[in-house]
Each structure stands twice: as structure tokens, then as C-alpha cells.
Design a protein around this ligand. Structure first.
Ligand code: PMP
Length: 447
């Protein structure tokens, strides 16, 4: 288990999350580090998960929140505008490609995805396309915990219990091309997977398909899966051809994590709608956003308004935090650092793969990096489930003071992967320390 050493003498908890397992009480956090109450220091190698992009305890963000708190902590959005939300919308949309110029703020990633789906539907209604209601997504994928976001999530263990309570949407396979044993080039493979979307649209009936939703770089469900370059452009073309809205879930990949503000920017794609969260508030505030294109927003507003909202949408405290986070990201060139440090991590993991034959694929973009644990690198065969490899490595790293994230799934099939995604402020020396703890962890695991 992952708790600190010694018997747990704490009072019974009235709080509950996923299991009975109790975690150490956090005492303090700064930069890429957290300390528990026993004084033990941990490196956050997964940015708590993939969220604290600018590190903990940033004085500029703390100051911005305090200033906003002293001015106005809350003003209901349908009664008052607030400058923090206005300014964040202006500065955030300036980071977006094309005419993605309008922001709708929410409190997290699931709400952002829900907003994208409901916005897409209202755009279809506003433009006389009432039949369009199906959102095609991919498996594996994770798009959030609310019922709407779960309906488009491609991860059975999470969706199965609720299947009777929601209408599951059509799914196509995400491009796990590294597992393919055909003779195609990466470019051909990318196109092959993209064409699965056209097949699905034809199968479902083009007039009934509202949108296609995808994570441009997969998150925890796939282990930082990146598609061949050809995939992205072809998917966008297919969506355009069929009048299907392209929604990018950049809740994890966005806000600079992959080295560009949006992962979409690596491929020059302008999606129709984008979901953001995690790195937007970077752990300083619950914040998410749906970014939409001006003509679409105008159409929805002309048709009577966007019938959707949350009490905390556009919350001044959260938006003030988000604005300071964005300033930190830009002023310190953290996206450039994400690219460099991500390359350093991938190179380090490839070196470790020479020493540890059970390291399989190493992949990712910027500081969204993963590696697999396999029994045979040539065939990419998985390790036996009973070995619990992913959890064992997480626990060993935890003992050694490194927090990493893992899942026993890859490309929708069984397999162990570990994510290495430290904050974007991580230095070259800190990356070496992370790699050395991973090396120790794997050496202990191999015993
Ligand atoms: N989409 C993606 C790609 C995610 O990674 C997550 C969170 N892991 C979500 C949506 C849901 O975000 P939240 O947990 O903030 O609701």
C-alpha cells in the first residue's frame, strides 16, 4: 500500500474517495515537491495528475488569488460580469488557432467536455440539423466522470455499471499503431485508423452524426498515445466532408503540457471546439473551459442562447488564478522547457530500456510521456496480470520519494504503463533525479 511507514494512528475518516486506503497527509508543497507530515519529501513526477503545470506554491499566482479575494470572490455570472473572466477569455483565446475566439468557463474537465457536447448539439439545432445527435469517440479514452462525459468515454471498467443509465455513443479504435504488425508505413497506418472514422459515420448514417471527440495525445487511458502525423489532418478532413464537428479534448494535453499551448498546434489543426482544464487552473483553482469558434457561438446565441451553465462558471477567483498561471507559463517559456525536458525523459527511458528488457514502448509529446512494461519487447506481449507490475512500480517509486501514475491498460487491451509527467518547471537536474529513482525502482522490481 502507498501510505507512509509505521502503523496508521489517525482517527477514522469521514471522507471517502475510491477505496479504504489512506494516503499520507500533505504538509507543504513547493515547486515540483510535496512533503508529508512525517517530513518525507516526494517529487511529483505526475503533476498531481497532469495538472500542476507550473509547480506548487507559485507566489505570483498566490498573490493574484489574494488580490481577487480582497476585491470580489464571487459574482453570479448572469448578474455581473467580472474582469478576471473577461481578461482570461481574451488572453486564453489569443493562444488558440484560427477563429477559436470565444471561451466558456467551467470548474473542471468533465464539465468542459459536457459543455462541448451540449454546445455542439445546440449548434446543430440552431442550424436546422436536428437529426445530428451522435458523438463518435474512441476507445480507449477518458473524457470525464459525469454521465454525459462517460457516454463518450471508451473504458469499460468505468462505463459498464452505468450503461443502463445512459445512451452510449459509437466508438472507434484509437490508433495503437505501435502494436500493428502489418507492412504499412507510419503514414499509411495513420490514414488507415483515420478512415475508421469515415466508416463509422457511414455506418451510423451521416445525417445523425453530430461530432467526433478525441484526445490528440492520449492521457491515462492509453498512456500518452500519439498518432502518426497523417492521422490528424485526415480526421479533420473527414469531419469537414461530413459536416461533423471536431471536438478536441485537451483537458490533459492542453495548457502547454505537450510543448505547444494546444497539442492540436503540433499538427496545425483548428478543431471546432476545445475542452481545457487541468493545467488551466494548474491546481490553484478548479477551472476548465470550452473554447468555440465565433461563427458557431454567434449562431447559437442568435437562435436563442446557449442553454447550459453552472453556478461557478466564470468564477472570479478561479479566473484570476488561471490568468496568473497563463502569465507564468508564457513569461518563463515553460512550453519550450516542456519540449526539452520531455525529450530528456524519453531519451533517459530509452537508455533504461537497454538495461531493462521489460521496458516496452516509450512515447509521448512534451511532458506527457509514458512507457510500457512488457514480458517481450519483440512481440510487446504483456506481463502476467498477477504480477501487478504497474501498481508495484508505483508503490516502489513512492517509497523512494517519487510519485508516478500508472494504469493496467494500453490501447484498450491489457498492459501496464507508467506515466512520467512532472510540472513544466522541472529542471534538467531534477529530470536526472527522476530518472535515477525510476532506474532504482525498476531494479528493485526486477529482483
Ligand atoms: N478529459 C481528459 C482527457 C482527462 O484526462 C480528464 C481527467 N483525467 C477529464 C476529461 C476529466 O476532468 P476532471 O477530472 O477535471 O473532471
Amino acid at each position: 500500500n502507498s501510505t507512509s511507514s509505521g502503523p496508521d494512528t489517525r482517527k477514522p475518516s469521514h471522507l471517502f474517495y475510491q477505496s479504504r486506503l489512506r494516503r499520507p497527509l500533505v504538509a507543504r508543497a513547493e515547486g515540483i515537491y510535496l512533503w508529508d507530515q512525517s517530513g518525507k519529501r516526494y517529487i511529483d513526477g505526475t503533476s498531481g495528475p497532469m495538472c500542476v503545470n507550473i509547480g506548487y506554491g507559485n507566489p505570483r499566482v498566490n498573490e493574484a488569488i489574494k488580490r481577487q479575494l480582497d476585491q470580489t470572490s464571487f459574482a453570479y455570472r448572469l448578474h455581473f460580469e467580472n474582469e478576471a473572466a473577461e481578461e482570461l477569455a481574451r488572453e486564453l483565446t489569443a493562444q488558440m488557432p484560427g477563429d477559436l475566439d470565444r471561451a466558456f468557463f467551467v470548474s473542471g474537465g468533465s464539465e468542459a467536455v459536457e459543455s462541448c457536447i451540449k454546445f455542439a448539439r445546440q449548434y446543430a439545432l440552431a442550424t436546422g440539423q436536428d437529426q445530428r445527435r451522435k458523438v463518435i469517440s474512441r476507445f480507449p479514452s477518458y473524457h470525464g466522470g459525469t454521465l454525459g462525459a462517460l457516454a463518450v468515454t471508451g473504458y469499460e471498467p468505468l462505463t459498464a455499471p452505468f450503461a443502463p443509465m445512459m445512451e452510449s455513443m459509437p466508438k472507434i479504435p484509437a490508433p495503437t499503431t505501435y502494436l500493428d504488425r502489418d507492412n504499412l508505413s507510419p503514414e499509411q497506418r495513420g490514414l488507415k485508423y483515420a478512415d475508421l472514422l469515415a466508416d463509422a459515420i457511414e455506418r451510423e448514417g451521416p445525417e445523425s452524426v453530430l461530432a467526433f471527440l478525441m484526445e490528440p495525445v492520449g492521457g491515462a487511458s492509453t498512456g500518452a498515445l500519439v498518432a502518426p502525423d497523417s492521422y490528424y489532418g485526415r480526421v479533420a478532413e473527414i469531419c469537414k466532408q461530413y459536416g461533423v464537428l471536431l471536438i478536441y479534448d485537451e483537458v490533459m494535453s492542453g495548457a502547454g503540457r505537450t510543448g505547444r499551448y494546444l497539442a492540436a498546434d503540433h499538427w496545425g489543426i483548428t478543431p471546432d471546439i476545445v475542452a481545457l482544464s487541468k493545467g488551466l487552473g494548474a491546481g490553484y483553482a478548479p477551472l476548465g473551459a470550452m473554447i468555440a469558434r465565433t461563427p458557431h457561438v454567434e449562431a447559437v446565441l442568435d437562435a436563442g442562447g446557449f442553454m447550459h451553465g453552472y453556478t461557478y462558471a466564470g468564477n472570479p477567483l478561479a479566473c484570476a488564478a488561471g490568468r496568473a498561471v497563463l502569465h507564468e507559463l508564457l513569461d518563463h517559456n515553460l512550453m519550450e522547457n516542456a519540449t526539452l525536458r520531455g525529450e530528456q525523459i524519453q531519451a533517459g527511458l530509452r537508455r533504461l530500456a537497454e538495461r531493462f528488457p521489460f521496458i516496452g514502448d516509450v512515447r509521448g509529446k512534451g511532458l506527457l510521456v509514458a512507457f510500457e512494461l512488457v514480458s517481450d519487447r519483440a512481440t510487446m506481449a504483456v506481463l502476467p496480470k498477477e504480477l501487478n507490475a504497474y501498481q508495484r512500480c508505483v508503490d516502489l517509486a513512492h517509497e523512494k520519494g517519487l510519485i508516478i501514475y500508472s494504469r493496467r491498460t494500453r490501447g484498450g487491451i491489457e498492459g501496464d504503463h507508467l506515466l512520467v509527467c512532472p510540472p513544466l518547471i522541472v529542471t534538467a537536474a531534477e529530470v536526472e533525479e527522476i530518472l535515477s529513482i525510476i532506474a532504482d525502482t525498476l531494479a528493485t522490481f526486477a529482483q
